[in-house]
Design a protein around this ligand. Structure first.
Ligand code: PNS
Length: 158
């Protein structure tokens, strides 16, 4: 069984993330969407449990997608869940620079691990969780940037 992992901080999940999840899940038997966090390093806008709820709501209809969370290194989670394939989305050159180093460090930590990149759909390449958080801060609409399944959840908790 081909299992891959799509890690992120998902604070919150955006339609750009969902697009990558849908495309990647068609290429593997199982896609694990993993919320990686380190509460000591960064707090985030949404709590871990809120982010997990949003991930579950947004991926609910995708049969071969499961959601998990982990406080630690991605490579350690990957050993536990039994995969050596990382999926990442790349929107622009800034993502590329960062993700290249991340792929290399993960491969250094475990040489069996490979990272596969999907280019973001240009329609979504300007969307980021950071922008969504900023719009929320200034009470602007975020409906066009997050999966429809989580719009009312966000309105309830913000
Ligand atoms: O959504 P993001 O912020 O691009 O996600 C980044 C994330 C969480 C995938 C990345 O920071 C990560 O993998 N963190 C876990 C710690 C880790 O394994 N770091 C890499 C080796 S030092």
């Amino acid at each position: 069984m081909k299992i891959a992992i799509y890690p992120g901080s998902f604070d919150p999940i955006t339609i750009g993330h969902i697009d990558i999840i849908k495309r990647a899940s068609k290429k593997v038997d199982k896609l694990i969407v993993a919320l990686l966090y380190n509460t000591e390093k960064s707090k985030g806008l949404f709590s871990i449990s809120q982010r997990l709820s949003m991930l579950n709501l947004a991926t609910n209809k995708l049969d071969n997608v499961i959601v998990t969370s982990y406080n630690g290194l991605l490579v350690d989670l990957m050993k536990t869940v039994g995969t050596n394939i990382i999926i990442k989305g790349v929107r622009n050159i800034k993502d590329f620079e960062y993700e290249k180093d991340m792929a290399l460090i993960n491969n250094n930590l475990d040489t069996n691990i490979e990272t596969f990149f999907l280019f973001a759909n240009p329609k979504y390449s300007f969307i980021s969780s950071t922008f969504v958080r900023e719009l929320l801060y200034f009470n602007k609409d975020i409906d066009n940037y997050v999966p429809s399944e989580i719009v009312s959840f966000i309105k309830k908790v913000r």
